[in-house]
Design a protein around this ligand. Structure first.
Ligand code: F6R
Length: 245
């Protein structure tokens, strides 16, 4: 695992974009796994500012989607990915894959998502954020490391944290479909981005704590190729990893 501390959001975005662009340039990016939320936005912005050839052939896989929000809702993860990633990069709509949180049969929707992922040969580069609860995707504490795509109940902490994207916390869906930890683990490489003092405890637990389902992101310690990009506040709890700013 490589941990880099960068001065601010823009620097993290540029560095993450460098990593993704290098994969695209070398022909190694058939499928990009995308997180949504605040953390990766500067990365997507930085990618969109570069005119890189090859995006029209890339598949995009979302980590998760709210259940019952409606894919046309501006805060559905499908809408966010269309707006921030696929649209600006010119990736055709049929190459953007998001779990179907509107399906009447959610179990079938999850199986179908896993099937499409497998058919496409899996994700090459997976972008991850981390929740205050230590979640990756929406794998909240207690999520099994063998978990696959499924419906999960969001913690009240996560619903409160994500209320900033909605009019009130009551508008935040109570559950989501998320890739499981085992699904996420199958990506060839992972890039985790985190900013802010409110993430410091989760970052420390994930990177330096015991590998335990109590902190789902601690599973990253077992992934073979992980790059972690932090701002100084998010890195402030680290003890073992002495990182230079
Ligand atoms: C969203 C996702 C989540 C977020 C996490 C951090 O697709 O997978 O794990 O990455 O909740 O969200 P932000 O970046 O908004 O703090």
């Amino acid at each position: 695992m490589r941990i880099e501390v960068l001065p601010d959001a823009a620097a993290i975005g540029r560095r993450a974009a460098d990593l993704v662009a290098a994969e695209l340039g070398s022909g190694g990016l058939h499928a990009l796994g995308v997180a949504t939320g605040s953390s990766p936005s500067p990365l997507y912005l930085s990618l969109c500012e570069r005119t890189l050839p090859g995006w029209q052939d890339v598949q995009v896989f979302a980590l998760d989607e709210y259940v019952g929000l409606g894919s046309g809702h501006p805060q559905s993860y499908r809408s966010v990915i269309d707006r921030e990633v696929a649209g600006p990069l010119g990736i055709p709509a049929e190459q953007v894959h998001v779990p179907d949180g509107d399906a009447t049969d959610l179990v079938a929707a999850c199986s179908s998502y896993e099937r499409v992922l497998a058919e496409q040969g899996g994700v090459d580069v997976q972008i991850l954020g981390i929740g205050v609860t230590g979640h990756i995707g929406f794998n909240e504490p207690g999520s099994c490391f063998a978990s696959r795509t499924r419906e999960v109940r969001l913690t009240e902490q996560t619903r409160t944290d994500n209320a900033r994207f909605f009019a009130t916390v009551d508008d935040v869906p109570r559950s989501a479909l998320t890739q499981g930890i085992a699904t996420i683990a199958q990506a060839r490489r992972h890039v985790l981005v985190a900013r802010g003092a409110h993430k410091a405890a989760a970052v420390r637990a994930a990177l330096e704590g015991e590998v335990t389902t109590a902190c789902p992101a601690s599973a990253l310690q077992r992934f073979p190729d992980v790059t972690v990009l932090l701002d100084p506040a998010a890195a402030s709890g680290l003890v073992r990893h002495r990182v230079q700013v």
